[in-house]
Design a protein. Structure first.
Length: 41
């Protein structure tokens, strides 16, 4: 656990991770949906 915590801290301090935190879409507007299958095979 100690090693994991140190690794996670180092990972979160990496500037490349900060650039990934901006989502390219608005998660509040996402919907879950599904489709009915037309064919079984």
């Amino acid at each position: 656990k100690e090693v994991r915590d140190k690794g996670m801290k180092k990972l979160m301090e990496d500037p490349r991770m900060k650039a990934m935190s901006d989502m390219p879409f608005d998660g509040k507007r996402m919907i879950m949906g599904g489709f009915a299958p037309i064919l079984d095979q």
